[in-house]
Design a binder for this molecule. Structure first.
Ligand SMILES: Cc1cc2nc3c(=O)[nH]c(=O)nc-3n(C[C@H](O)[C@H](O)[C@H](O)COP(=O)(O)OP(=O)(O)OC[C@H]3O[C@@H](n4cnc5c(N)ncnc54)[C@H](O)[C@@H]3O)c2cc1C
Length: 467
């Protein structure tokens, strides 16, 4: 006896047996919460899985993997649900949903933290910042820790403390055979190398262990805004100035129109601007000195860089990237911001139509570059900058022109492209994934994939096929 659910056939008895053994919830298309459960952050993705297995713990993850394999189901892994191309949800198949696995344990004496796969960045920050500690991670609090870490993890602390993976001590992982393993520098070191940048290709991580480092809790941080017309001069100054700033300072440049926030004078709303967002992860007074030349350059329209709790700074970009808007992303790494790049950015930046579209440039270097390129699967430590062009609309209306704008800027930067950060890829095909890792590492990752997932069960990801 079998049943059809959203285009798949599963054995009804085995499904019932699976359901009985599962302590989380199984959601099927007829379920009352199905439409809510299948939504992910990017509103342009609309997929209908046959089963959503909302795991309560490791035992559920093992049961879900075994059931999916036995039934020959396609499986998507969902932690924070922030995959830009929507790889955490599938049509038909099963979503192994880890959202409910929220455990966090901070040990302030040992300066370590354990966090389960469903933890979001803001949740870990909250627990660690009580002790003035932090893991370097991303810039939006509702991003999933799991997907971000497995791709590398860049953000406001990167130049001081490196990538998220640079503070990773170990992972607990369920293999595609439903076995529980650990990986660290000393246990399954090949797997530990692979999960630090190789994404969700090798197994399902159920828990992460991180080293914590002192941050704040007060930091000097926030955006400084100049008119887009001034951006060529501001950015020429910026690219020279950042060569001399200490690693405590991480900056992210953004081209956009000003959001109509109550924190910003209304005459600036909708205006095209270039913004230098700052975070000084050291004493506030020291940060004031370091930032003075930038803050006094040209004629800033607004300077919102001030002492604030690190957690407040971490949440400051949340309103720019809410759940449910439509997003299209193109990304590349750049060696440097040469004149041509700066002029291209100014030209395309001034033509942003959507009030919510952005282009951000992360400044790398510092501790990111201080780790050997061969130490982990992540690739691109020597890049100067990571560019993230995001065409955004609040719904499907007007989305196509924003997507074209994003493609146009990305293509205009093509002569300067280095590789690409794997977490900023859309579904762009195998050649782009190879570019992300470079040929040598890509081959090593394929060998690792053959060892841990020879049948490519985990293929809804930036896939490294085993073949
Ligand atoms: C608003 C926003 C802001 C962002 N900011 C940053 C940033 O500042 N820095 C940065 O580095 N990146 C950033 N990103 C990119 C982000 O790192 C990726 O989108 C990442 O995949 C999100 O992780 P997630 O758990 O939320 O994703 P999900 O969509 O849940 O998962 C994405 C993929 O990761 C894999 N995966 C997820 N969980 C597991 C698991 N437990 N075990 C094995 N594989 C798993 C799967 O392949 C899955 O398809 C941002 C993304 C968004 C949407």
């Amino acid at each position: 006896m079998s049943t059809t659910t959203a285009e798949i056939r599963v054995d009804e008895n085995e499904l019932r047996e699976f359901e009985d053994s599962f302590s989380g919830q199984l959601t099927r298309p007829a379920g009352a919460t199905y439409d809510d459960q299948r939504k992910i952050w990017n509103g342009s993705i609309d997929r209908r899985p046959a089963l959503i297995a909302r795991c309560a713990g490791v035992a559920d993850v093992i049961a879900a993997v075994r059931f999916a394999r036995e039934q020959g189901l396609l499986a998507a892994l969902r932690s924070g649900g922030h995959s830009y191309p929507g790889l955490s949800v599938c049509d038909a198949g099963m979503v192994i949903d880890l959202r409910q696995m929220k455990g966090i344990r901070v040990d302030p004496q040992a300066r370590t933290a354990r966090a389960q796969a469903g933890v979001l960045l803001g949740e870990l920050d909250r627990e660690a910042q009580v002790f003035g500690l932090a893991v370097p991670a991303g810039i939006v609090t509702h991003t999933g820790l799991a997907g971000l870490t497995l791709g590398g993890g860049i953000g406001w602390l990167e130049r001081k403390y490196g990538l998220t993976i640079d503070q990773l001590l170990s992972v607990d992982l369920v293999t595609v055979d439903g076995e529980f393993v650990k990986a660290s520098e000393t246990e399954n070191p090949d797997l530990f190398w692979g999960v630090r940048g190789g994404g969700g290709n090798f197994g399902i991580v159920t828990e992460f262990e991180f080293r914590l480092n002192p941050v704040g809790p007060m930091v000097l941080a926030g955006p400084i805004l100049w008119a887009m017309e001034d951006s060529p001069e501001v950015m020429r100054f910026y690219r020279d100035w950042i060569t001399e700033v200490p690693d405590e300072l991480t900056t992210i440049v953004t081209y956009r129109r000003v959001l109509p926030s109550p924190l910003v004078p209304s005459e600036l709303h909708g205006k095209h601007v270039v913004i230098v967002g700052c975070c000084y992860a050291g004493p506030v007074e020291e940060g004031e000195e370091v930032l003075r030349p930038l803050r006094t350059f040209g004629s800033p329209l607004l300077d919102m860089c001030e002492p604030k709790p690190f957690v407040a700074h971490q949440a400051s970009l949340d309103p720019a990237f809410p759940h449910g808007w439509w997003y299209y992303i193109r990304s590349c790494n750049l060696a440097q911001l040469n004149d041509e790049v700066i002029d291209t950015m100014a030209d395309h930046g001034s033509r942003i139509a959507s009030p919510v579209t952005v282009c951000s440039i992360f400044h790398l270097g510092g501790a990111v570059a201080g780790v050997g390129e061969a130490d982990a699967a992540f690739t691109g430590r020597e890049a100067g900058h990571t560019v993230n062009v995001i065409g955004i609309t609040k719904s499907g209306e007007g989305f196509d022109p924003e997507r074209e704008w994003a493609r146009g800027l990305w293509s205009a930067l093509e002569p300067h492209h280095q590789n690409v950060y794997v977490n900023f890829l859309m579904e762009e095909g195998e050649e782009r994934i190879r570019q992300a890792y470079g040929g040598g590492k890509y081959d090593r990752l394929k060998t690792l994939k053959r060892k841990y997932d020879a049948g490519n069960f985990l293929r809804l990801n930036q896939n490294i096929p085993p073949g």
